[in-house]
Ligand binder design. Structure first.
Ligand SMILES: Cc1cc2nc3c(=O)[nH]c(=O)nc-3n(C[C@H](O)[C@H](O)[C@H](O)COP(=O)(O)O)c2cc1C
Length: 314
């Protein structure tokens, strides 16, 4: 697939990065409302799907309109093949393979970023996924595993194995999320391959977007932490006028989760999101313990409403 291929299905060049525990169907819908061109599910275990694990399957619930990618992680080509045989990918235009997760329990299983240190296995996985699906196949990886910088060679391998696009996070696995992302490595990757490259790491404003595009020549950007609690970051990046009503956004997010999740679980999930939504608002830290005590959706929404009304009246 050429750049034209991915450009054909995306309305723009802005992606919401997968964020385990945050980019659920509700949050992704809000991101789309504010102009995000491509949303990606949280990482889902290929093995879990292959074994019909319902938690893995639920992570593939998508409520948003437009182009959505399902992100899979795993260490065995066969697990990806078995996962893709399941009838749960109809909604997705893209299968994204996670080769960047630095978490101990993931790399300890030879998954995520560990695959950057086992290029042959990584290649087998991409080839197997390409063979198992007609959808676009993308790969998300880092600057390198450990302290290495192997992004250029890895990107070339991905391209050779048939990846339709790649996302490069400009940090090594040892760096996790610390320091500044190295955009120069993304520039090197862009120069080395013909497939579209999405830049990732520390892109959280229109200024960052313009800078990274100019510096690297990347096809698009993938925004992670900069979107947490701020689904409107995509409207900011595109320079479009927008209005954001926090209470309506929280209600919508809640409603989407309630449509497929038990209320108790949903309330717990939403508490995490509400923390992000309220971040930076005066008094929100003090309000959180009370919010944590809420047991139902109605009670949670009432407490948020009271907090916001009180804040607005100050
Ligand atoms: C809480 C959290 C969860 C994440 N989950 C995933 C994931 O499921 N899949 C993935 O490829 N990357 C995951 N990442 C990495 C992000 O997608 C992104 O690469 C990283 O945060 C750098 O981009 P940023 O500076 O825009 O946040 C996660 C990051 C965070 C902070």
């Amino acid at each position: 697939m050429t750049e034209k291929g991915i450009a054909k299905i995306l309305p723009n060049d802005m992606v919401l990065s997968p964020l385990a525990g945050y980019t659920d169907a509700g949050f992704r819908t809000l991101a789309k409302d504010f102009g995000c061109g491509l949303t990606v599910t949280e990482m889902v275990s290929a093995k879990g799907l292959a074994m019909n694990n319902h938690v893995s399957r639920d992570l593939l619930y998508a409520a948003e309109k437009g182009v959505v990618a399902a992100q899979l992680f795993g260490g065995e080509p066969d697990a990806f093949v078995a996962a893709l045989e399941k009838k749960c990918f109809d909604r997705f235009e893209i299968i994204d393979i996670n080769m960047g997760c630095p978490q101990k329990k993931i790399v300890g299983n030879g998954e995520g970023c560990a695959l950057m240190a086992d290029v042959k296995r990584a290649e087998k996985i991409i080839l197997a996924v390409k063979k198992s699906t007609d959808k676009l196949v993308t790969v998300k990886f880092r600057k390198g595993f450990g302290n290495e910088n192997t992004a250029v060679e890895f990107a070339k391998m991905c391209e050779g194995a048939g990846a339709d696009a790649i996302t490069v996070h400009g940090r090594t696995s040892n760096e996790m999320f610390s320091g500044r992302a190295d955009w120069s490595v993304i520039k090197d990757v862009v120069s080395a391959v013909k497939i579209p490259v999405f830049a990732n790491g520390d892109i959280a404003s229109r200024e960052d977007y313009l800078n990274v595009k100019e510096m690297t020549g990347c096809f698009g950007v993938s925004v992670g932490r900069g979107a947490m609690g701020k689904p409107y970051v995509f409207a900011e990046i595109s320079g479009n006028d927008f209005s954001f009503d926090l209470m309506s956004a929280i209600k919508k997010h809640f409603e989407i989760l309630l449509s497929f999740m038990p209320e108790r679980l949903c309330v717990n999930e939403m508490k995490k999101h509400i923390c992000c939504y309220l971040k930076g608002i005066k008094g929100s830290r003090k309000a959180m313990p009370l919010l944590q005590s809420a047991r139902t959706a109605e009670e949670t929404l009432r407490l948020v409403d009271e907090f916001l009304s009180f804040d607005a009246s100050c």
